[in-house]
Design a protein around this ligand. Structure first.
Ligand SMILES: [Fe+2]
Length: 322
């Protein structure tokens, strides 16, 4: 978690997002048992936990299970996650491995192989309709609705004035943020870790995973997440941590990684980030009752720097040798 005392001085720097948790980025300690994650549901368009204590625990952990609402159909997204990397001769969705960042004129988007086992197809909301099958676009739009419900329910617990919510979240509170759907395949024939430890950059991630392999760092212990049928895994990210750290309800971003996979593993995720496009950047904000709302960095820079640091590594903190 970010050091509260350093928050007002926090600035985004290349290779230094994880300086305060450097050891967790290069942490070869194995998991120590299974994570006991809290469970939530959506009731009447609100995020509902069985008790205030369970809710506090989930917010402190930075990760929890959410029962998949009946209005979200995952069939086509599951099929896409299992096939996007296979090649057109194997499956109709296999052609997506040929659609790379040059098609979108944006280095972040399209099909990517990474230095870890993961390979991904990542696409921002503004391209969904043009590129994805309709069923996937429709699910993506429902996931935006779901993320808005979760975000609003969390903001209600803070002392951030409602009039500031839109700016504070770069529009996400009214479903006007920037959203990415990413489909992931872990290549068993690759050596090394599935996915290096990191926090997600946005406010929250909705993760669909029926496969073991996700590991979360709670109370400085690595723990395995055993997926629950019919539940999403919700991760809070850096934007949420920065925004809430000095409010009456700080929300922790969860540090997570994926262990080495010896069989094919498929997942997909929906990311909710402060609005940014090539012309406009809503920014990342923090709030305290003393200072009010203040901008801490650019939205797109946080996404780019985080992505780079995940795969290229974190600079050792000052005074430590490489
Ligand atoms: Fe992640």
């Amino acid at each position: 978690m970010l050091d509260k005392n350093k928050l007002s001085n926090w600035k985004l720097e290349k290779g230094k997002i994880y300086s305060d948790v450097y050891n967790k980025r290069n942490d070869e300690r194995p998991v120590n048992g299974f994570a006991s994650l809290q469970r939530a549901t959506i009731l009447d368009n609100r995020l509902y936990f069985p008790s205030a204590d369970i809710r506090s625990q989930a917010i402190n952990d930075g990760v929890f299970f959410l029962k998949i609402p009946s209005w979200i159909n995952l069939e086509e997204c599951d099929s896409f996650a299992s096939n996007f990397y296979r090649g057109e001769h194997i499956h109709k969705y296999g052609k997506f491995r040929e659609i790379t960042s040059s098609y979108f004129n944006d280095p972040l988007l399209g099909f990517h192989t990474r230095s870890d086992q993961i390979e991904q197809f990542l696409l921002e909301h503004r391209f969904w309709q043009k590129v994805y099958p309709n069923a996937i676009t429709n699910t993506g739009i429902n996931l935006i609705r779901l993320s808005t419900i979760i975000l609003r329910s969390i903001l209600e617990l803070t002392d951030i004035p409602i009039k500031d919510w839109f700016t504070a979240t770069g529009g996400c509170v009214d479903s006007q943020g920037t959203y990415h759907l990413t489909f992931n395949h872990y290549r068993p024939y690759f050596q090394g870790i599935g996915l290096s430890s990191h926090k997600d950059d946005g406010f929250l991630t909705i993760l669909r995973s029926n496969f073991p392999g996700l590991e979360v760092n709670i109370n400085n212990r690595w723990e395995s997440v055993s997926p629950l049928e019919d539940h999403f895994i919700i991760n809070f990210g850096l934007s949420m941590e920065l925004l809430t750290k000095n409010t009456i309800q700080p929300v922790n971003a969860i540090m997570h990684r994926v262990s080495h996979q010896s069989k094919d593993r498929h997942t997909f995720g929906h990311f909710t980030s402060s609005y940014c496009n090539p012309e406009k950047d809503a920014g990342i904000y923090s709030y305290s009752s003393k200072q009010g709302l203040f901008k801490v960095c650019n939205s797109r820079e946080l996404i780019n720097f985080n992505d780079e640091e995940i795969y290229e590594g974190t600079y050792p903190p000052d005074g430590e040798n490489l």
